[in-house]
Design a protein around this ligand. Sequence first.
Ligand code: NZQ
Ligand code: ZN
Length: 385
Amino acid sequence: MENFTFHNPVKVLFGKNQIAQINQEIPKDKRVLIVYGGGSVVKTGVLQRVKDALENEVVFEFGGVEANPHYETLMRAVEIVKSEKIDFLLAVGGGSVIDGTKFIAAAAMYEGDTWEIVKSYGSVVKAALPIGCVLTIAATGSEMNNVSVVTKAETKDKLFFGSPFVLPKFSVLEPEITFTLPQNQTANGVVDAFIHILEQYVTYPVNAKIPDRFAEALLKTLKEEGPKALVTPDDYDARANIMWSATMALNGILATGTPADWATHMIGQEITGLYGLDHAQTLAIVLPALWKFCKADKSAKLAQYAANVWDIPSAEEDVMADKAIEITVDFFESMGLKTHLADYGLGEEIIPHVVEKLRAHGHVNIGEKQKITAESAAEILKLAL
Ligand code: NZQ
Ligand code: ZN
């Protein structure tokens, strides 16, 4: 088991009618900016519920944060924060809105070129405005972590940064809010969370039993409950189990004493940046190909995953590893996620562009053993055609 530091102070308000509690979490004298996305929260009435719950006198709104939030859009919000002397940000939305709000919180207090926040992976951030979240989709875990992913539309650079200053003060998790998700977004969320767990679990054994067994519990929950939510969108228990699994998948608990891969995310991020596929769509394409490419290094954990999550009967490690890859592909496909670039009309021609972006971002020597070079990424993408 490896050394680790674990610190997660995010207060979670989980269950029914939790929005009513946000007035207890935001001091009354704060000037609040509500940040939201393309309008789903207006249609579903969630925004109105939030406004009804707030007891602050000064409340502004900033809508229009797009999926894979754009730096350019977020900088417009930063201007409002400065001109209106906003001192509390309330994100009402999914990972894109929460990530965008984290960026706004840091950028509003940063002197200098704000793209440096992202380029430096967050190391230049020394302060941020306080953030609260009302989560509307179970997927990224952003509601309980310090990571934010921002895209500069002008250059198609999609990059992440992390900083303890942008950890939300609180997050409201009401499973019922996710009843209105379109089927493809429910599936995206389940698959994204599933892959967050796999990126931290399918590496190599270090005898870290707690995160391994947590990972197995979360994976089993998502594989059981994910399909139920597709068939019955208003199944409260399915939605609740999915929501808590997705939050737990990326709140740091699975990174306690284990190595982590994240190469699927690094490669997938470039595909979204360049070609606009949804985040989870890119992961479902890259992960199986990456596992095939790295099978020898990952076979012990792939076999453990096959046995403990999918109940595959014991066999030779290599056979178990192949079964693990196969059954994972079947699961993604059963959730409606495609697993090949060709399914999105993309072919070999994209490979040099993705590799060029990985190089430009210094995302070479990635994966749990830092063995995935730009050349290996090209080979992985060939396996994903
Ligand atoms: O924009 P609106 O109109 O609100 O619609 C959204 C959006 O179109 C819709 N939606 C959300 N909740 C809904 C709803 N529609 C109906 N009812 C609801 N209750 O769903 C669409 C997708 O929303 P989005 O926020 O983009 O989804 P997600 O949570 O998957 O976030 C994706 C972003 O998070 C980043 C991704 O790269 C991507 O930019 N990630 C953030 C991470 C983090 N901060 O830790 C880690 C992840 O790996 C990921 O990279
Ligand atoms: Zn993800």
